[in-house]
Ligand binder design. Sequence first.
Ligand SMILES: C[S@@+](CC[C@H](N)C(=O)[O-])C[C@H]1O[C@@H](n2cnc3c(N)ncnc32)[C@H](O)[C@@H]1O
Length: 378
Amino acid sequence: MQTLLILGRNPTISIAEVRAVYPRAKICAREKKFAIFEGIETIDLKKIGGVIKTGEVFARELVYREDNLKDKDAQKIYDFLAEEFSQKEGKQIFGFSVYPFDSKTLKTLLIGAKKFLQKKGISSRFANKNFTNLTNPQSEFEVLKKGGVEILAVRGSGNWFFARLKQNQPFDDYKKRDYEKAFRDARVGMLPPKLAQMMLNLGIADKKDLRIYDSFCGVGGILVEAALLGHRVIGSDLDSRMVEFSQKNLAAMNLSGEVFVHDAKEKLNESDYRKYDVVVSEGYLGPPRRTVPEENIRAKIFAELQQLYSKFFAWLDCRRVVICFPIYLEAGIPKYFASREILPILKEMGWEMKNTEKLIYSRPDQTVGREIVVLERQ
Ligand SMILES: C[S@@+](CC[C@H](N)C(=O)[O-])C[C@H]1O[C@@H](n2cnc3c(N)ncnc32)[C@H](O)[C@@H]1O
């Protein structure tokens, strides 16, 4: 079975996350917004931050020179819908999402499917209002929950792939965890839960019941997500207020974890409850900035981070670490990478970067972005 994954806003990180969680799955096609895998039998979108929809591929069609699909190319979809609805009573609901979005193709599919179903004696209506792709809530409440069928039509470089939608990302849960945190701080704790989950998956891979340590835990975004994924959590921060916020955010969700004040430059005294298997942390990104610092200030910030991280990685007692280093963006483009100063020192200490592609999480309106690195001690 081939599984279609519609990727989130940072497709490179999404792909790295999926590969980490499903190391045996084979990638069959990869485009900017989607990827097709073989060997992913079940996937739970509550646990994968970087995938927004999944579908089961049922057919493919060669890509012709013209960009948009014609009725004759879409016959396999119409047959599929007719077969799905053939035993059902009443008006049937269907919907389409086309990637990359193309209104001509969407119109062809909506009208073509409706006409074909009518010819087969099946009464139907489509859920795509205004001839646009379905939003996640439309797809969830106006198609899936009403027993309808949504078809994802994605255009790769050689083929169109047609898939039946299986799952939508639980958008409401993420939104609640992001915006309705019990304890927030304007300067800290802006780590989106989806990113926390992606980082955790890069560290945990397909393992169960690990002890995860966030040594720069802030208000506890990573701790909460790790505990929700079913792992034991340990957190520390230099700032006692942050430790308190983390403890309260865990408690507000009925989750437990050990959180204490600690300077990450110092060796942790590992009593039993402080043992950990993997470190997953947003780390410290340097002082908050509205503008890109001048070269001399930048050099100073990067030198301080280099010192912090060389001390931190020197005492760490685990094999795998997932952490973010800051990047300064100029006109929305990632320009100055702290990792250039930090990684060579870590390499000398025996820590090797394991991600093969650069994993950058940033928005064009940001000054400070994050580069995620997966490190392993050799
Ligand atoms: C970017 S924030 C982490 C935010 C966190 N991911 C969250 O969800 O709230 C960085 C945190 O590192 C902490 N910090 C800075 N230097 C530290 C050090 N030397 N040891 C431990 N924590 C430190 C800060 O107090 C801050 O809470």
